[in-house]
Write a protein that binds this ligand. Structure first.
Ligand code: NCD
Length: 315
């Protein structure tokens, strides 16, 4: 039953079927129950994950490591590759081949789009893309999707608004693709003109016939939005910092914005936030980033590691 992700790479949200996503959601719920009840399990006893991170990370790195340990497995932490042979100029395929011989899967974060594919080509062991530059972040999209499902029970019929840096923000690239496997009512994309999502990421909704509407003003859509997903303007991707300075505070979610939003709406953000959400909003029960999204990250990564590394996980 679990064979669809067993031994597979997880490189892009576009590789998933609706059934895959539903299975991840179901296993994530079981993982949450296991953690709530027992704290850990030994499903992956004897397995080792390499966490190979060429870019900064707190939540993704920490949640993958915690996930592996709660499943009874071990890990090799390669964060800040300045201390490894990468600093001597070693190629990505050589580093990947080396750690693939020590471990059962590689979780890779890298500044270049397509790096996860390069890594996957270098080894038969599963590679999980934990963010490739401004490309994709499929595991974040799964935890975002899980958070929406867990809150509303379904994505179908919802109006979802993605706001901020839709050009460089990899989480929204993967999320819009996942959402397209289901039937949201509409997806609104709110960004300054220079940070619009590129057309390739709109293939998913186009194929599924989901209405996508682009805006510059957040106020235009607040009244109908069920899921408001804010993102950080990705300073590290700008070649011209003057442009960054002009757009960095284009949208700030304040208590006033929340007042104009639906009572039943939810507010999400992949974090880190750099001023996009006023701290005064944190106490609003609709703000799910701290209370649901971040903890869900660990449960989703437990589910993914189990599905990729074990043929039948019977949970
Ligand atoms: C995101 C990322 O790295 O793409 N962070 C994360 O993994 N939660 C979002 C961001 O850095 O803005």
């Amino acid at each position: 039953m679990d064979s669809s992700l067993f031994k597979k790479d997880i490189l892009t949200a576009s590789q998933f079927t609706k059934k895959d996503v539903e299975r991840v959601v179901a296993v994530t719920r079981s993982m949450r129950d296991i953690v709530d009840k027992d704290g850990s399990t030994d499903i992956l006893k004897g397995n080792i994950m390499t966490a190979l991170f060429y870019e900064p990370s707190s939540r993704t790195f920490g949640s993958f490591v915690a996930a592996m340990q709660r499943l009874g497995g071990g890990f090799i932490p390669l964060q800040g590759v300045v201390y490894s042979s990468v600093a001597k100029g070693e190629s990505l395929p050589d580093t990947v081949r080396t750690f693939a011989s020590f471990s059962d899967c590689i979780v890779l974060r890298h500044p270049q789009v397509g790096a996860a594919v390069t890594a996957a080509d270098a080894t038969a062991k599963p590679v999980i893309n934990a963010g490739d530059g401004p490309g994709e972040h499929p595991t974040q999209a799964l935890l975002d999707f899980f958070t929406i499902m867990d809150h509303f029970g379904s994505v179908d019929g919802l109006t979802i608004t993605l706001v901020g840096d839709l050009l460089n923000g990899r989480t929204v690239h993967s999320l819009i693709t996942l959402l397209s496997l289901f039937s949201p009512k509409a997806i609104h994309l709110v960004s300054p003109e220079v940070l619009k999502m590129t057309r390739d990421h709109l293939e998913g909704p186009k194929k599924s016939g989901i209405k996508v509407i682009e805006h510059e003003a957040l106020d235009d859509v607040l009244g109908e939005t069920d899921v408001l997903y804010a993102t950080r303007v990705q300073k590290e991707r700008f070649t011209d910092l003057d442009v960054y300075e002009k757009v960095k505070y284009s949208y700030i979610i304040t208590p006033d914005i929340m007042k104009k939003s639906k009572k039943t709406a939810i507010l999400m953000h992949p974090f880190p936030r750099l001023g996009e959400i006023d701290g005064a909003v944190d106490a609003d029960p609709r703000a799910l980033y701290l209370r649901a999204q971040i903890p869900n990250g660990m449960y989703v990564r437990m589910a993914l590691l189990a599905l990729v590394l074990k043929e039948d996980i019977s949970v």
